[in-house]
Ligand binder design. Structure first.
Ligand SMILES: Cc1cc2nc3c(=O)[nH]c(=O)nc-3n(C[C@H](O)[C@H](O)[C@H](O)COP(=O)(O)OP(=O)(O)OC[C@H]3O[C@@H](n4cnc5c(N)ncnc54)[C@H](O)[C@@H]3O)c2cc1C
Length: 288
């Protein structure tokens, strides 16, 4: 393995100073389930690896404050999927976290690492998009709040600036009731990234938010506020036309080893329709 310095700062300010000094030569280590693989295969060759796990301010935790749920940067998927507040208000995020990798992976993998890795296939991304999450970042210029839809650029690239790290991900607790469902397709359960990952959320005001990933350079979000998608009795042709407009945002790569573009597009339609029907059902049943 390539040689690098391993640093364990005690504070966010120290971590920011290291990241600012080294720029792209520094890499943050959270759970390491993405980074360690890249260090091993040589696709990442940082001079410095900055472990966040000694920073008390980033300790694992999920807390409710000022109408938001804040998930700290080192909180792992196992804890997110089991958390009662996440399950009550953000059920599709709990579901997405519960299918990431395997038990061993979920015990290490953080939500912040999942989005910062910026894989188009990141399972939590569609749920964070439909729930309108905010990424809280700390950097040389102080703290900054980034809407999740403005966070992803393309595979491996986010809008984090030099010296910035993610300290938390926040989710607004909804005033209105809603139902949401996460769906994914993989070749093998537990050992593979999704060929398609979808999340759909329908709320009491009949707004439908549908997000999907693994079918283009970054996960994307579409909103229907006409009420048509949320209404199963609406004209089927109109509903199909809206869904087709949403799916037109997909542009799967022909070079992927996981699935052909044709298969991904076909599965996107199937999973998108399934997630929509499931979300409407959950809304009617009164569960998120
Ligand atoms: C066998 C296996 C199966 C997997 N299955 C899935 C799956 O089903 N679905 C899925 O979505 N993913 C899957 N993954 C990918 C991985 O587990 C997730 O992306 C995980 O959430 C990454 O979190 P981490 O804490 O391990 O990140 P790390 O590996 O520690 O970091 C990942 C990247 O994010 C950066 N980073 C981490 N934390 C921060 C921060 N706070 N601020 C700024 N940058 C940061 C790191 O520098 C690095 O570039 C799998 C991985 C493996 C090895």
């Amino acid at each position: 393995m390539h040689t690098f310095a391993y640093l364990r700062p005690d504070t966010v300010a120290e971590a920011v100073a290291i990241l600012e000094a080294h720029g792209p030569d520094a890499r943050i280590l959270a759970g390491g389930t993405d980074l360690v693989i890249r260090l091993r295969d040589g696709s990442a060759t940082p001079a410095v690896v900055v472990d966040l796990k000694r920073i008390a301010a980033l300790a694992p935790g999920i807390r409710e404050e000022a109408g938001r749920l804040a998930i700290s940067a080192t909180t792992v998927m196992t804890d997110i999927s089991a958390d009662p507040l996440v399950r009550r208000h953000f059920g599709a995020l709990a579901d997405a976290a519960s299918v990431v990798g395997s038990v061993q992976i979920r015990n290490r993998a953080t939500l912040a690492g999942n989005i910062c890795n910026a894989s188009p296939a990141a399972d939590t991304a569609p749920a964070l998009l439909v729930y309108d999450a905010t990424v809280v970042a700390e950097g040389p210029a102080g703290s900054r709040r980034i809407p999740i839809d403005a966070f992803f650029v393309r595979s491996g690239v986010t809008t984090l600036a030099r010296g910035e790290l993610v300290t938390a991900i926040e989710l607004p607790i909804p005033a209105a009731r809603r139902g949401a469902v996460h769906e994914r397709r993989t070749r093998r359960r537990g050992h593979d990234l999704a060929s398609v990952t979808v999340c759909c959320c329908v709320d009491q005001t009949r707004v439908t938010r549908l997000a999907y990933g693994s079918v283009g350079p970054r996960p994307v979000l579409f909103t229907d506020d006409t009420g048509t998608l949320a209404n199963p009795s609406a004209d089927p042709a109109e509903r199909t036309a809206i869904l087709e407009r949403m799916f037109a945002g997909a542009s799967p790569s022909a070079r992927s080893m996981r699935a052909s573009p044709e298969y991904r597009l076909a599965m996107l339609r199937v999973l998108g329709a399934r997630a929509l029907a499931g979300a409407i059902e959950r809304l009617a049943a009164g569960s998120d």
